[in-house]
Design a protein. Structure first.
Length: 72
């Protein structure tokens, strides 16, 4: 399970998240990309909860292991 993460992410960089099966990597990334809601805790982006920001202002992309793409 992912707990107590603090990240500073620089623009124009590519990042990855690795860990054991069931650790919460996909859940964390889907939550940051706003594909699902937080189960516990809060996620902040530029000092505001991500669910209080306009989705398009987040500039976050998530590509999971599913083999389908959807136009949003």
């Amino acid at each position: 399970m992912v707990r107590n993460i603090n990240l500073s992410i620089e623009p124009n960089k590519i990042y990855g998240l690795i860990g054991r099966n069931g650790a919460g990597k996909t859940t964390f990334l889907k939550t940051v990309a706003r594909l699902q809601n937080e189960r516990k805790g809060e996620i902040f982006f530029e000092g505001r909860r991500i669910y209080k920001k306009d989705y398009l202002d987040l500039d976050v992309t998530f590509i999971g292991d599913e083999h389908a793409f959807f136009k949003i």
